[in-house]
Write a protein that binds this ligand. Sequence first.
Ligand code: 3S4
Length: 325
Amino acid sequence: MNSIKVKASAHPTMGIVLLGGLSDPALRLPYHNSAGICYSLADRESVAETTLTITDKKMENTLNGETLDAKDTRSPFKLIDLYKEQINRKYSGHIYFNSVNRNIISGSSDAGAAALGKCISWLLPDVDKNDLELNMRKVSESAGRSFYGGLTVTEGIEKPLTRQILDESKFENYRILSVVFPHKRKPSDDIHFNQPKSEYYKKRIMNADQNVITLKELARKNQIKDIFELAMRDTDDYHYLNSLVDVKIVTEEMKVLMEEVQEIRKKMWVTYIVTGGNSVFLVTEEKDVESIRNVALEHSREIHLLKVTGGARVIQTGDSNLKSE
Ligand code: 3S4
């Protein structure tokens, strides 16, 4: 078979031990270890769905239905081009990229890079998965989280690699409320560029690396609540550092909610996570979702119910005549 099509999907991600600072901005290499989870809306799949088609026919490259600029610095073709020769040794024709984000409320780049990586690994089953992850990183530094799914750690500085330490089933009894605030999010590169300028950054590297060690221990013992407690402490440390370098992610409105959560914690288990965006993520047990949602409604009208999900998967394959949606 010459022409071929493969479609894969992947979920967006959220940091548990948050990543800040890039030692090599082109390769998007980190200064410290980190960890994260994959998530979806609880009632609908939040996914990037990516199709690679290798065909002689003329097609368009699209992202969310719009023609894609293949020259963009974070274009998927940065990744596709690295595997073009190998793919064309097996399948002749032009390689076309089509991707849509479905129900993704923020941060689609990890999911997009991971779905594309999954397509490549299906086309080239012998591809080195570690090299593939390092290449996906160039498009999005946390793509490994989305590729492997569940709870993952990413360890290593020159060769950061991700592995799953708990699958999504361990989080079945937990839900995450994304409480969205109406201001625009800042690019995460503001964080990556500024954090290393602080004196405190050395301490942050130590704290993040230690948090990953502790997290692995907690995962080994299936201590889910303690994992989210650790994530909350990590959020506080991360945004303390952001405040030192004048990167204001946690606004006054977000802070009011986080302080209220600290009060509620005296009576009920709940934690928060703030990554680089304009949401406060509230982690609760499924049985307490409605109580926590009522608290959140006092702070924002836009609230999404999320759950932890698995990694990237191939969802359709066939010849290039296979119909696209
Ligand atoms: C700020 O590169 P996001 C952060 O570890 C940077 O998730 C990731 O996430 C922190 O808000 C993190 O850009 O997704």
